[in-house]
Design a protein around this ligand. Structure first.
Ligand SMILES: [Zn+2]
Ligand SMILES: [Zn+2]
Length: 236
């Protein structure tokens, strides 16, 4: 007997169900069933978010070293006056890495596996724990005692925790949805790292080693050049 997926796919359905229970307001929002607990989309999202965390943890420390301090985004980055440069990045890194290690310890306990090995450095910790969690994530998404908990901030559902860390990291490194992604390679570094933030009047390359700035006119010119190069390549 499948149950509704506890993931964000059912946020609207859960709200509508609450309303229905509260005052009988009918709704026609379809439910997404778990297969058997999480739906395939939420399960693969958890895998993808977990796989991105090592790179995001690095990006957080780069943001502290090279970037401008986040001004208004995220809760941790905004936490009052920072005592020393990079403190916000340190706190967020500890929060994410500490959380990952806790989930690993928890899974090792639940599955009667040997204790987590000492790995030496924080970087090795992140790589090692993400590798371990990736191998055990399908189990965690179905068999973990909290696997059926609705994803929210306090949930012990491993998928919800991973989603929370991923979101916090995106916000801190300002890669969240408020950035519009310009899906054309940067004219300087050729990576797909061109973004424009809400209200900014330029397009910025978010590759920390490049950080090229383009005005909309320059961007348009770059796009036009790429398009004509494509046509030449196709004709040849
Ligand atoms: Zn789902
Ligand atoms: Zn670039």
């Amino acid at each position: 007997m499948p149950a509704p997926c506890p993931g964000p796919c059912n946020n609207a359905w859960r709200r509508a169900e609450q309303q229905l229970a509260a005052d009988g307001t009918p709704h026609d929002i379809p439910v997404t069933w778990g297969q058997p607990v999480h739906c395939p989309r939420c399960a693969s999202r958890a895998h993808a978010q977990l796989a991105e965390l090592p790179e995001l943890v690095v990006a957080i420390s780069l943001e502290a070293l090279c970037g401008t301090a986040p001004k208004t985004t995220g809760t941790i980055g905004r936490a009052g006056a920072v005592a020393w440069p990079g403190q916000a990045a340190r706190l967020l890194t500890d929060h994410i890495v500490g959380g990952l290690l806790e989930v690993e310890d928890d899974l090792r306990d639940l599955r009667h596996l040997p204790h987590r090995p000492g790995r030496g450095t924080e970087g090795r910790d992140v790589t090692g724990t993400v590798r371990f969690l990736a191998a055990h994530l399908d189990w965690a998404l179905t068999q973990h005692p909290c696997a059926e908990e609705t994803h929210d901030r306090k949930s012990g559902n491993p998928a919800a925790q991973i989603g929370g860390w991923h979101r916090a990291a995106l916000r801190f490194t300002r890669r969240d949805a408020r950035l519009e992604h310009y899906r054309i390679p940067c004219p300087r570094c050729e990576l797909l790292t061109l973004f424009r933030a809400d209200g900014d009047d330029y397009i910025e390359c978010r590759n920390i080693n490049c950080q090229l700035l383009l005005t909309p006119a320059e961007y348009f010119e770059h796009t036009r050049r790429l398009a004509s190069e494509c046509q030449v390549a196709r004709a040849a």
